[in-house]
Ligand binder design. Sequence first.
Ligand code: SF4
Length: 448
Amino acid sequence: MPPLTGLQIQKLLPKTNCKECGSNTCLAFAMKLAAKKAHLSECPYASEEAKAILGAAAEPPILTVTLGSGENALVAGGETVMFRHEKTFVNQTGIGLAVDDRMDDGELERRVKAVADYQLERVGEVLRPDLISIAWRSGSKDRFLGALDRVSCLWDRAIAVRTEDAEMLRAAAEKLAGRRPLLASATSATLDELCEVAKQTDSVLGIAADRFDHLVPMVERVREKDGRALFLELRADSLSERIQNNILMRRSALKSQFKPFGYPTLSYIDTGDPLDDAVEAGLEVTKYGSLVVLPEFDPAVFVSLLTLRQNIYTDPQKPIQVTPKVYAIGEPNEDSPVFVTTNFSLTYFIVSGEIENSGISTWLLVPECEGMSVLTAWAAGKFGGMKIAAFAKEVELEACTKNRKIVIPGYVAQISGELEEALPGWEVIVGPQEASDIESFVKSAFVV
Ligand code: SF4
């Protein structure tokens, strides 16, 4: 069903214009609903018919599916746009590592621990992998369930179990009761049985097929059974086919409201070449992959994927920001000078890092700039001399230091006069334009 227009929505509302929803008229409220800027629950008089129709229309075209639980849950799907600049992407691509039960205990433990301990901090966010997928390869049920036990003890995030054997998936799902694992994956032959297993064990079912025309009837069968939490694993022979599949599925779900493709996707990558694996995984992150599982843990690959993912899944309308305040860089005291920059996270972390590298301890004044970089904030009137001075007074900068030197970014040298007037008694120093030149600037301007 195509999205309803404001006028179509208005016909479903009571049309009494009582204003209790906060809008002056039912039409105005309907327009907000159409733009997804309001929720029907804000109208206390909405009929059951309106709730049924608008509730279905408000569902994201790609279902939101959760693996695991609590703060370690992996949430996938829920996407509403083809391109991030249209609005934003919602749930970032899950990144996982594959292990299997042929590995000896030491090797299994080493791999799981390596990925469990791995994390990196970037622009104030902690980035880490999301999932371990354990495959049944040994042929021994006992060995597999023992390996699953070890993974389950060492890993508290989402788990996927990989085999097409329905009996083994059932045993694994029962062992992982309460962990909401991914059962990867059902085939046409095991679909009905595994739907029941997923329902009984509160697991999420993956559905695997090699072709669209095999996948679609399987999804429709699941939908008839009301088994809704799914991942779709459409296997591909090449990178181009993989990406074409992802694009076609996303486009069909969003533009044509084709429900069988309205689920998150699952991709196991194993080309045999570590570099090709990294490229394929990167393209999955870039083009609509919901969950991608790599065969090996290589920190160099994971840092690239996690960084790429952060860049793509950051809301373009809400830049990552740090709190406006005075930051201590190093161990500044009452003789330390002050540097100024904006509260765009990337700018803050680069500038503070370069100051630290220079060996000087300073105060770093970071006024509210709505997360803009230096030049953008200045052009938008958020980073002028008056604004910086007003913020310095608000945070009582003069209580931090008796040193009256304040360094501004070289790109906004033109505000130095205004800042000096607004901060009487302070010497405004124009710093370098590029953060990478801070170290040499500090050596020439200050005794370190
Ligand atoms: S609360 Fe409901 S009935 Fe009242 S104005 Fe809003 S939409 Fe109309």
